[in-house]
Design a protein around this ligand. Structure first.
Ligand code: BTN
Length: 246
């Protein structure tokens, strides 16, 4: 199991950046930075991550031995958030490939995994997790209803430290399974809302989005899609955005 060492802070720019600094000074696996608020939290493709007080914002350091694909870490982190949310609130969250955690059609949490390789070997991954917990999104812009928070869904605030522990416990177990080479595909399939749906996808290198049917996930965390009778595997790092159509 991962042994978590917490650095708890009030306000930071980004917990990802703080862990990056600690990693460069040789901090061990399990170093975890938690902040009450972030002034420049960011997600995939440097998109800003709003971090008002009352949310869960944390980043932790992994130094994997037996892993080659960081995509599996992204999925493990997203599944651990879904599991943590279920255990601490009873709400059933799903994952929109590759890193959005949804309640219904709205995003409640996001994860990011930033990997570092040395001579093609995966030596370090910094995982960042942001969960909208106790600040309401209803009061914000009613026209922008793509996001939600746990308090909006439950009608009452949650204990953030309890959620944090549930997420980390779940992640620890999944990380052990990944490092042991155990089967995880069935777990990914069980949690992904994307599979079996028609989706629109915008790839980084293409101007126009395209529609396809999301069929499966592969062992490397790629999304298997079918378009015009042809199957292909999409990698998260090549994709700009994905929308589920139905
Ligand atoms: C995404 O949805 O694109 C991922 C969002 C990840 C946000 C978290 S909040 C804690 C950590 N610090 C950051 O700056 N980002 C991650």
């Amino acid at each position: 199991m991962v042994s978590w060492n917490f650095v708890e802070l009030d306000e930071v720019g980004s917990t990802q950046a703080v862990v990056k600094g600690l990693a460069s000074m040789g901090s061990p696996e399990g170093t975890t930075v938690v902040a009450k608020t972030q002034s420049s939290g960011a997600g995939r493709l440097q998109r800003p991550w709003a971090s008002p007080r009352g949310g869960l914002y944390m980043s932790f350091l992994l130094r994997p031995h037996e892993l080659t694909q960081p995509e599996a870490i992204t999925l493990a982190a997203a599944v651990s958030v879904a599991e943590g949310v279920r255990l601490s609130t009873g709400l059933v969250a799903k994952i929109r490939w590759p890193n959005d955690v949804l309640l219904g059609k709205k995003k409640v949490a996001g994860v990011i995994a930033e990997a570092q390789f040395y001579k093609k070997e995966l030596v370090q991954v910094i995982v960042g997790i942001g969960v909208n917990c106790n600040s309401s999104f209803k009061a914000h812009d009613p026209l922008k209803d793509e996001d939600t928070s746990l308090v909006d869904e439950l009608g009452e605030p949650i204990e953030v430290s309890e959620l944090r522990q549930a997420v980390l416990d779940s992640f620890s177990g999944l990380y052990e399974r990944l490092q042991a080479g155990s089967e995880v595909l069935s777990l990914w399939r069980q949690h992904l809302s994307t599979l079996g749906k028609q989706v629109s996808i915008k790839m980084k290198t293409e101007e126009t989005p395209f529609s396809c049917l999301a069929i499966d996930i592969d062992a490397g965390g790629g999304l298997v899609v079918e378009t015009a009778g042809e199957r292909k595997v999409l990698r998260a790092e090549d994709m700009e955005w994905l929308r589920e159509q139905a």
